[in-house]
Design a protein around this ligand. Structure first.
Ligand code: SF4
Length: 425
């Protein structure tokens, strides 16, 4: 029995209880949300100690951090460190996107230090296992999914929305950057070369059988996500949305938890429409967004461009934010890039929770406590309540004031002056 099937029968175990408690949602309501597929709780049956992190309606907005080697840079230890640092900074999920080195070994090592749900994109490994991507056999697509599911992966991005219909739309789309999804590109390249339908679409039922056996949550990949502002909101993207909506229905019927991925690069005025359309055609499946980046020209600061987009997307209903690091579009990120990327995404997530149904009160309490600590000039308390306590403490300490206030205004601290004035009168 999968978790969604348990939820439909009203069966509650310790894991579900803990997850509901973490979200501040009463257990019955939590079960109903999972049963409908409005909320997912990724956990492979083979993993023992995963911290519960529910994604979707009424749950707090979650953040994912991608780590992993590239073909150019293979340093497993650094990727392990990134996973540890990302979780320390507050990441709610970690994905291993490795494409260089011994992929099985690296994945197992990163998973061993990951306490939150752990995800992968199996097509990367399937492609790496063959000398040429186009030489993959149809079985290779599924062999890797099964292997990674057996190893305990909690959720997988699989690009099942790529089919001849969506590829045809892409050909006619007039895109500037074409396809920027690595997984999507591998599949499209394979299809065109072999003149065959995408096995992840054609044999979707078989894919679900494998995922169901290990209770792996599928994250329906966004192969046609726009890679630049010029390409946002075109017909190729919307065609894929519709296909993904149909696949969501199949996942739910089969008893496999699923979420849906979304764009990409989107200008501010299209984010709300895009998110609401995705939510509508997927019957409110939890939405996992890569960005969206609100401009193409923030190289070196793309974590900020993405956080702006994520906050607006979250306001419209996005549930899960994939972080973007300052290295985006430029290089494989460093450990410090990963930390900064997570913090930027956490700020966006918290800004969303301040207005999100089910989370508003809890989130606002945090801001209230912070304001109270500011009013009382309680610095330790302020650091503790900050999204990034280390950085807050470091900045305060490097130019410490001689007064009890901070060195921005010192004795002319507005908060202090008005407080004292009121106390005198
Ligand atoms: S010194 Fe100025 S910046 Fe610092 S806490 Fe007081 S009012 Fe705020």
């Amino acid at each position: 029995m999968t978790l969604i099937e348990d939820a439909r029968k009203g069966e509650v175990d310790g894991f579900i209880k803990k997850a509901a408690e973490y979200e501040g949602i009463e257990v019955e309501k939590f079960l109903r949300l999972i049963a409908h597929g409005y909320l997912v709780l990724p956990k492979n049956v083979r993993r023992e100690d995963v911290k519960p992190r529910a994604i979707g309606m009424f749950a707090s907005t979650k953040v994912n951090a991608n780590v992993g080697t590239s073909i150019d840079y293979v340093n497993a230890e650094e990727e392990i460190e990134k996973a540890i640092v990302a979780q320390k900074a507050g990441a709610d999920a970690v994905m291993d996107l490795s494409s260089g080195g011994n992929l099985d070994e690296i994945r197992k090592k990163i998973m061993a230090v990951t306490e939150v749900p752990f995800g992968t994109v199996p097509i990367y490994q399937a492609a790496r296992d063959c000398s040429r991507v186009v030489d993959m056999g149809e079985d290779d697509f599924f062999r890797v999914v099964e292997k990674q599911a057996k190893d305990g992966v909690d959720f997988m991005t699989i690009h099942s929305g790529v089919n001849w219909i969506s590829v045809e739309r892409l050909k006619r789309s007039g895109r500037l950057l074409g396809v920027v999804s690595r997984g999507g590109a591998i599949i499209i390249g394979w299809m065109l070369h072999n003149e065959k339908e995408n096995p992840y679409y054609k044999d979707f039922d078989y894919l679900l059988e494998i995922l169901k056996e290990y209770d792996v949550t599928i994250s329906l990949g966004d192969a046609f996500r726009p890679g630049c502002i010029h390409d946002a909101g075109d017909r190729a993207k919307y065609t894929e949305f519709v296909i993904l909506g149909e696949l969501v229905e199949k996942c739910r019927q089969t008893g496999v938890q699923c979420m849906v991925e979304g764009p990409g690069h989107v200008p501010l005025d299209q984010i709300e429409t895009s998110v609401r359309a995705m939510k509508s055609v997927t019957d409110n499946a939890p939405l996992y967004l890569l960005g969206p980046l609100v401009t193409d020209i923030a190289a070196g600061y793309d974590h900020i461009a993405a956080a702006i987009g994520a906050a607006i997307a979250g306001m419209a209903g996005a549930d899960f934010i994939c972080y973007v690091t300052p290295s985006e579009h430029l290089a494989l990120p460093t450990v410090e890039d990963v930390r900064e990327g997570v913090i930027a995404a956490k700020i966006a997530a918290h800004a969303v929770d301040l207005i999100k149904d089910g989370q508003r009160e809890r989130a606002r309490l945090k801001d209230y406590e912070m304001s109270l600590a500011r009013k009382n000039l309680e610095w330790e308390k302020q650091f503790e309540l900050s999204i990034d306590p280390e950085k807050a403490r470091e900045i305060y300490s490097r130019r410490k004031s001689k007064s009890e206030a901070c060195s921005m205004c010192g004795d002319l601290c507005a908060i202090k002056l008005v407080k004292e004035a009121f106390e005198r009168n």
